[in-house]
Design a protein around this ligand. Structure first.
Ligand code: CA
Length: 506
């Protein structure tokens, strides 16, 4: 009887009240909240959910349990790429949906060209409250309604956050502070509107200073070494041979590894300094020693970022927002974790090209989905606009991947991504190229060199096969594809124009 009554009531309600008018905007399934958690230099190798080189180690030692949980409850994009593996350019590509040559940010010292559209402003127009907290790292000011951001790179401890009202000093570990201010905003936000919250961590950017609580965690564990730790850079172009980003020759004992008199009494680094003094490693042993300490500091920073993800998840749950909030975890580009003997990023090569992109969208993305579609940071802005009902201007380079999330990938979805690195920091030469399913093609305009890697046969990218006759047909096809991509994006330049100012070092 009661079920009949309920049915009648439902029919009456649906006839009398048009859909949507009795639910508040914040509750409407058409207007989800979005939490965008974004870290700096987080490699996919160091996320359990990515099934990459170190994922087993990460799972065993619970490095990223909360990020992995998010992935298990949502989806992982295994082919998510940046357009230029460097902090500011990646951030500008995300904000504008454009490659660097069109948004003005090719290197680290530049801001978005005035007048170029960026998505945070459009969020306001779509009825969203939008806020960003943490690392910004662009010469141009945020266009979020609310912003409180680090100045430049920002420190690992006791940061100052700048906002429209001036700068404010905070005490504590920066990852925790950014989480605190983000959650405080979430609590006091205007509940009549949907929200977009960007939580942008400084960690795990160089020089990898962990919070005191994790300073000695992982001591005594052995992190698996990459097969290419002692790469000799044979069979590749001059760029790989001449770079300055080797753990061996370019990682600093003091600032990077915290070894030296000034650290001997620091409780975080005393044991490490004692160990170093006792062993006095040299040659390959020293490289191995540095590799272990570098990765441990990096993973300790990650552990704190992961805690932030857990705290945000918990806060959403407590506020009853989990079901109506899309949570994304991403980072501005990948990072070398000793592969090729390197730290840092910059290259079109796999480790630095990949960006983590994990998304939980309850009711839409099936838990445990692994998306193979190629997405790029230029796609985030159009996707955010589709999700929030905002207006996307014509001419963006990126494409919304919302249809992909809904399981309706368009037949003509891209099969390759365009990449262009303009900086020359760490001795990495300017290069541009593409990443397709099986191949990476790169051109180095300053030396007129080309590189081609067959990712199926050579996933570690150790052998340039550009001049190999067996690949002649592939070269022709891929060069034509590169020309097509450059025409599509109106990319006419090869190196950054001189008027763009000095190329930054870091
Ligand atoms: Ca970065």
């Amino acid at each position: 009887m009661s079920s009949i009554l309920t049915s009648i009531l439902r029919i009456v309600v649906s006839l009398v009240i048009p859909f949507g008018s009795f639910v508040h905007a914040a509750d409407s399934p058409r207007k989800p909240n979005i939490v965008f958690i974004f870290s700096d230099d987080h490699s996919i190798q160091t996320i359990g959910a990515y099934e990459s080189r170190l994922s087993e180690f990460c799972k065993k030692h619970a490095i990223t349990p909360n990020i992995d949980k998010l992935a298990a409850e949502g989806g992982v994009f295994v082919n998510s790429f940046c357009a230029n593996s460097l902090c500011s350019p990646s951030r500008a590509a995300i904000l504008t949906g454009l490659h660097g040559h069109a948004n003005g940010v090719r290197t680290l010292t530049q801001g978005i060209t005035p007048g170029v559209w960026s998505f945070p402003k459009a969020l306001g127009e779509a009825g969203y409250q939008a806020a960003v907290f943490g690392k910004w790292h662009l010469a141009s000011k945020p266009e979020y309604e609310t912003w409180s951001v680090l100045q430049g790179q920002g420190p690992y401890e006791n940061p100052r956050l700048s906002s429209a009202n001036g700068a404010e000093a905070y005490e504590g570990y920066t990852t925790d502070v950014i989480t605190d201010v983000s959650l405080a905003w979430l609590e006091k936000r205007d509940q009549s509107k949907p929200f977009f919250l960007a939580v942008q961590h400084k960690a795990p950017h160089r020089n990898w200073i962990p919070p005191v609580r994790f300073a000695t965690w992982l001591d005594g564990t052995e992190i698996p070494e990459p097969e290419t730790l002692f790469d000799n850079y044979e069979n590749r172009g001059s760029g790989a041979r001449n770079q300055k980003m080797e753990i061996d020759r370019h990682m600093a004992m003091a600032s990077d590894l915290k070894v030296g008199e000034q650290f001997a009494k620091d409780p975080r680094y005393a044991a490490r300094n004692a160990d170093f003094a006792k062993r006095k490693p040299e040659g390959r042993d020293l490289v191995r020693w540095k590799y272990q300490e570098y990765l441990k500091d990096y993973l300790r920073c990650i552990r704190a970022v992961d805690e932030s993800v857990g705290r945000i998840d918990e806060a959403l749950k407590k506020a009853g927002l989990s079901e109506k909030t899309i949570v994304i975890y991403s980072s501005d580009q990948g990072f070398f974790m000793g592969e090729h003997g390197w730290f840092d990023k910059r290259w079109i090569y796999e480790e630095s090209l990949h960006m983590p992109f994990i998304i939980r969208w309850p009711g839409v993305v099936k838990p445990g989905t692994r998306f193979a579609e190629f997405i790029q940071n230029i796609d985030y802005a159009p996707a955010f606009m589709e999700l929030t009902g905002g207006k996307t201007p014509d001419g963006l380079h990126g494409k919304s991947f919302v249809p992909v999330l809904k399981g309706a990938t368009p037949a003509d979805w891209r099969k390759s991504v365009y990449y262009h690195y303009y900086d020359t920091g760490h001795g990495v030469p300017v290069h541009y190229g593409l990443r397709a399913e099986q191949f990476t093609l790169a051109h180095f305009p300053d030396t007129k060199e080309w590189e081609l890697f067959d990712l199926k046969k050579d996933p570690q990218q150790m052998r340039n096969v550009f001049t190999d006759a067996a690949y002649a047909a592939d070269v022709t096809k891929l060069q034509a594809e590169l020309t097509r991509l450059r025409a599509q994006y109106h990319a006419t330049e090869e190196t950054a124009p001189a008027k763009q100012g000095k190329r930054a070092k870091k």
